[in-house]
Design a protein around this ligand. Structure first.
Ligand code: NAD
Length: 250
């Protein structure tokens, strides 16, 4: 039980990677606050964790709005009194060619992916400092934050921003004992990647860009998040951990 007694807040945890992280943390003894903008699926995901003996609550908020984030965090603090681990996982990706990318889509990706990470990260960091310091924050970036993929200028830029935000937070929060790291997943099978993963014709050439030759699974990112959240990573901060089957080295 590597997270026994810890309170973990995970954004965007109704589905996909966030849900797998929440389940993994719950199985390691954490009390899990599952946060997102989709109440119904969030509550059913929290019920699944409780059904397997874990402790979970569902808290609704849109990461783009500071007041909603503050209210969501307060409701976690009201129940458990502290937050020890944050996984800033909520994110979106709607591909569009650069030449026709709309201002609205640019703003949406920046707001959810980058500003959302800032807003939740700052609110939780303040709570961690107030409760005496210490904690682990994990920002869900992407290999697209390290190398550009076509038709994803807005997504690439938001994830590149997350990597530098991670290093900036790590610098300023280290004196408070708070570690801040990022995970850069490659192609992981979730709702977000279903249009590619479920299209055999498009997937075959894509898999040739991945040395390990397969799509990753959400639990493979959850294992990396568990490592960064736990004392196993106690001397790591400001790191962007790539989990991609070797895609970025090619
Ligand atoms: P997903 O679509 O399955 O899940 C995303 C979650 O974020 C959902 O629960 C959704 O409700 C929530 N969300 C979206 N907008 C929100 C908002 N404004 N406020 C609160 N919650 C919001 O996607 P996923 O594949 O599990 O992706 C999770 C994270 O991992 C994202 O940040 C994504 O960019 C990143 N990522 C995914 C992959 C991949 O291949 N799947 C690769 C690299 C990075």
């Amino acid at each position: 039980m590597r997270l026994q007694g810890k309170v973990a807040l995970i954004t965007g945890s109704a589905l996909g990677i966030g849900k797998a992280v929440a389940a993994r943390f719950g199985a390691e003894g954490a009390r899990v606050a599952m946060m997102g903008n989709d109440r119904e699926s969030l509550e059913s995901a929290a019920a699944e964790i409780k059904g397997s003996g874990g402790d979970a609550i569902a808290v609704c908020a849109d990461v783009r709005h500071a007041e909603e984030v503050a209210g969501m965090l307060q409701s976690v603090l009201d129940v458990w009194g502290a937050v020890d681990i944050l996984v800033n996982n909520a994110g979106i990706c709607k591909p569009a060619p650069f030449l026709t990318l709309s201002e609205a889509d640019w703003d949406l990706h920046m707001d959810v992916n980058l500003k959302g990470t800032f807003l939740v990260g700052q609110a939780v960091s303040r709570a961690m400092v107030k409760q005496g310091g210490g904690g682990s924050i994990i920002n869900m970036s992407s290999v697209n934050g390290l190398a550009a993929e076509a038709d994803q200028a807005h997504y690439n830029a938001s994830k590149g921003g997350i990597n530098l935000l991670t290093m900036s937070m790590a610098l300023e929060l280290a004196p408070h004992g708070i570690r801040v790291n990022a995970i850069c997943p490659g192609l992981i099978e979730t709702r977000l990647t279903a249009p590619l993963v479920q299209n055999a014709e498009a997937l075959a050439p894509y898999l040739r860009t991945i040395p390990m030759g397969r799509v990753g699974q959400p639990d493979e990112i959850a294992d990396a998040a568990l490592f960064l959240a736990s004392a196993d990573a106690r001397y790591m901060t400001g790191h962007c951990l790539v989990v991609d089957g070797g895609q970025v080295i090619k």
